[in-house]
Design a protein around this ligand. Structure first.
Ligand code: ADP
Ligand code: MG
Length: 550
């Protein structure tokens, strides 16, 4: 037997669980059942792919056993199991991207409700068992390895030893904390209580969950096992959707919006998609996962199916169940399959149109959506030219019109002055910086509204997108902003003549630093400003490229 130490981040998370900062302890069971269900999915998949794998798949199921006298609760599955290395790396450490940031944020958060939000977003999985147990024992065997037993009180170290005769799959036994008199509701040795939790959190799990509901009785199946996406929408409650969302997303919060889709005909499929209410911590990290789950005829095929959701909609969660694919379908096949490409197109259109309808039907949900995911969605303006207009139609931007509220492009166009041809924008690091920029002065004087674009991605798409409803996007920091009437132009010409000598002198004097010195009408109070050529990089882009070492 060996004693090993938890990785430090894991230790911190365990401390959080032991001191139980999360108020709803019932959720530990959801995590265990969810892991067991995943393990059964994985085993079935492995046996499809590898015919030589020695594993019994005749009765895949989850079993829950309660021992009142010894105060133990066991969740057992005969799924894929774990090797010794798996146990050490999966249970002893937290490899999830964003863990460090998560812990940092949590440490800084004083408010209990905000902490819960954060934890929900992170999802704590297996460690949640330490909310209700003072010792956890896990016995597991992978079909290609010897069995192992892992045990810990959650206090810094765990033990691990070989168990050659362990059965296939994983059994997690919780040694429940002493009964809490005040907390009779949380009696996890009560089979009625366990049945209730399973019904609430895991009814849709497609594997049978068995439990003996009375002493000495035969175990019976306690979940209804119905795939939510195959049931008529009218029959599924919001709570059921929310539970399912938690299962697929590992996010404890409610989804912002639920989307259902049904396609009949030659290529039949059903989709149940969710838009989260909060961006995950790793939304902009390179190693983040994306994509929805793919099922074929109710059978789980893969997680994170990137072929079904573009990068810029990476936050969309859910399930797509296709009727006409082979169970052996691989990533390579998916990438080439025309039906899959069509399906993806329709899913994307559906997500975008759902957001569009939020704008009118649920403006608050829309505002949340755009605040959380707008910066990611705008990437689609570059990567998905086909849906450019649809994306522009659901976009919102800061603007000089209103410091409190963002504007859509349609609203901007509606407010455009009669003599205004273009949609003016200025990019920069922050609203304050842009607002104090001398570039804005002339437009302000004219009463023209300017969009304030502060996301890094804004620099990229404004160049690629030609316009919105026939109006061009025009940077106020680039080239000659043509704001003058004929009369003003004549006046300017006169002034240019007056200043010709002076300008020539300035141009020679500053030759090393600027291309040209010219009189401008864009300034009203500042004496001078530096502008780029129409084809030059904007100041922010220039900075970005410089930061990247170019
Ligand atoms: P998550 O499920 O979000 O990955 P968990 O903390 O719930 O995080 O579990 C960590 C990992 O441990 C899982 O991803 C899985 O690889 C492994 N694991 C947990 N429970 C089981 C189980 N019953 N059978 C096989 N592997 C498991
Ligand atoms: Mg889990």
């Amino acid at each position: 037997m060996e004693t090993l130490e938890f990785q430090s981040e894991a230790r911190q998370l365990l401390q959080l669980m032991i001191h139980s900062i999360y108020s709803n302890k019932d959720t530990f069971l959801r995590e265990l059942v969810s892991n067991a269900s995943d393990a059964l999915d994985k085993l079935r998949l492995e046996t499809f792919r590898d015919k030589d794998l020695v594993a019994d798949t005749s009765d895949l199921h989850i079993a829950i056993e309660v021992d009142r006298d010894r105060r133990t609760l066991t969740v057992r599955d005969n799924g894929i199991g774990m090797t010794r290395d798996d146990v050490v790396s999966l249970i002893g450490t937290i490899a999830k991207s964003g863990t460090a940031e998560f812990l940092q944020k949590l440490a800084e958060t004083k408010d209990a409700a905000a902490s819960q939000d954060l934890i929900g977003q992170f999802g704590i999985g297996f460690y949640s068992t330490f909310m209700v147990a003072d010792k956890v024992t896990l016995v597991t065997r992978h079909p290609r390895a010897e069995g192992v037993r892992w045990e810990s009180t959650g206090e810094g170290t765990y033990t691990i030893e070989d168990v050659p005769d362990a059965p296939q799959g994983t059994a997690v036994t919780l040694h429940l904390k002493p009964a809490d008199e005040e907390d009779r509701l949380a009696d996890y040795t009560s089979t009625a209580k366990i049945t209730e939790i399973v019904k609430r959190y895991a009814d849709f799990i497609t594997w049978p969950i068995r439990m003996a509901t009375e002493d000495g009785a035969e175990p019976t199946v306690i979940n209804s096992r119905k795939a939510l996406w195959a049931r008529p929408s009218s029959e599924v409650t919001e709570d059921e959707y929310a539970e399912f969302y938690r299962h697929v997303s590992h996010d404890w919060n409610k989804p912002l919006e639920t989307i259902r889709m049904q396609a009949e005909g030659t290529f039949e499929y059903q989709a149940l998609l969710f838009i989260p209410a909060q961006a995950p911590l790793d939304l902009f990290m390179r190693e983040r996962k994306r994509g929805v789950q793919l099922y074929v005829k109710r059978v789980f095929i893969m997680d994170d199916c990137e072929e079904l959701m573009p990068e810029y909609l990476r936050f969309v969660k859910g399930v797509v169940d296709a009727q006409d694919l082979s169970l052996n379908v691989s990533r390579e096949i998916l990438q080439q399959d025309r039906q899959i490409q069509l399906m993806r197109k329709r899913l994307v259109k559906k997500v975008l149109s759902t957001v569009k309808s939020l704008m009118t039907d649920k403006p608050e949900s829309y505002a949340t959506f755009w605040r959380e995911f707008g910066a990611a969605v705008k990437e689609g303006l570059l990567s998905d030219p086909e849906n450019r207009d649809a994306i522009l139609a659901i976009a919102s931007f800061d603007s000089t019109d209103d410091a409190e509220r963002q504007t859509t492009l349609a609203q901007y166009v509606e407010r455009m002055k009669e003599d205004q041809q273009d949609i003016y924008y200025m990019t920069g690091d922050s609203r304050a910086k842009v607002e104090h920029s001398p570039h804005l002065e002339a437009l302000r004087a004219k009463g023209f509204e300017v969009l304030i674009l502060t996301d890094p991605i804004d620099e990229m798409w404004v160049d690629a997108v030609s316009g919105f409803e026939g109006k061009q996007f025009r940077s106020v920091a680039k080239g000659q902003v043509d704001l003058e009437s004929e009369e003003e132009k004549a006046e300017a010409e006169d002034r240019r003549k007056d200043f010709a000598d002076f300008l020539a002198w300035m141009t020679t004097t500053l030759a090393e630093r600027v291309k040209e010195v010219r009189l401008s009408t864009r300034l009203t109070t500042s004496p001078a400003c530096v502008v780029g050529d129409a084809h030059d990089l904007t100041p922010t882009l220039e900075k970005m490229y410089r930061a990247m070492g170019q």
